[in-house]
Ligand binder design. Sequence first.
Ligand SMILES: Cc1cc2nc3c(=O)[nH]c(=O)nc-3n(C[C@H](O)[C@H](O)[C@H](O)COP(=O)(O)O)c2cc1C
Length: 394
Amino acid sequence: MSTITCIEDLRRLAKRRVPKMFYDYADSGAWTESTYRANQTAFEEIKFRQRVMVDMDDRRLTSEMLGQQVSMPVALAPTGLTGMQHADGEILAARAAEKAGVPFTLSTMSICSIEDVAEAVSKPFWFQLYVMRDRDFVIDLIDRAKAAGCSALMLTADLQILGQRHKDLKNGLTVPPNLTPATLLDLATKWRWCFAMARTKRRTFGNIAGHVKDATDLSSLSKWTASQFDPSLSWDDVKWIKARWNGPLIIKGVMEPEDAERAVDAGADAVIVSNHGGRQLDGACASIEALPDVLQAVGSRTEVYVDGGVRSGQDVLRAVALGARGVFIGRPFLYGLGALGEEGVSRCLEIIRNELDISLALCGLRDIADADLRILKPGSYPLPAEKLDDKVSV
Ligand SMILES: Cc1cc2nc3c(=O)[nH]c(=O)nc-3n(C[C@H](O)[C@H](O)[C@H](O)COP(=O)(O)O)c2cc1C
């Protein structure tokens, strides 16, 4: 473990330990992957102002997200098929998040069910909702999340239609994997993954299996799932979802200020500036570049979070300095999980916390609440389009 010093180390180890089909599922973006790459490179361009000779003792990273105390402004993003990166992945990640004092969000497309995760943790987690054509199923999911004590519902708005990921098609991604000669050969080198998977009963979509009348076996379940994302989802749906849920609602996948305004008007208590980790609209800008405009539009009315490309505590600090109330991480915790199970997710969070803490100090601050644009080098960070126009016309 001492040789694991950064998220990239966890990624490399996960690549060795997770079957190729599932590793590629995590480490890929849509089409040319340009947005997937841009999410990370845009962070790297934002530079800090190094300060010296200020008292850096006794630092504080604690914050609040949706009224919940968090040990740092970081949460685990919802990721589908997490239980295929490592057996019982969602349970392990939720436990690690709870121990670290940060929120965990369970995906609709998880392997472990809402009820499985609720049984494994002692504090409420958040639930992410995909709206399916089968509205009875959606209503049932909302009710199940409520019954399991979830403290926030996250509605994903940017996946009415699936962006294409070449690797998934080439690998013939299925859940569980089809045992072709190529997958068998690959699995033979991933013995840790196989042993753990052999010991669990959770190997399919836990929130769906057993809850849909027409999907009784694995093949009909996959067909049902593939045909169910609802392309007609609209802002009107947010109203009935909010009414049914009757609790804090986060809308995820907002990149434009107009959409952010619609989201807040429709009842969102928070929005996540996100391009789904570059997995949907290839060619969309990096999510951190979209943050300033969204903040300008709705920052005074709602909490604004960001995800996509966060790979270090420095990235968390950059996002918070720009005005994000918190950030979500997807792949970093999946790499930790694939590499070392629960311990790997804990390690991922420790790495990010340590980097955030030290970077905060080196910027001359002791409290994350004081991080703002003043710690960033002017000219290196994205500005709202309006300000940019002013700059251009000067
Ligand atoms: C493997 C994988 C599966 C994902 N599944 C979902 C999902 O089920 N629901 C959702 O809203 N977002 C999903 N996302 C998007 C993440 O919630 C998040 O927006 C993204 O991972 C952030 O980018 P990052 O991975 O660079 O941190 C998924 C992302 C990955 C990498």
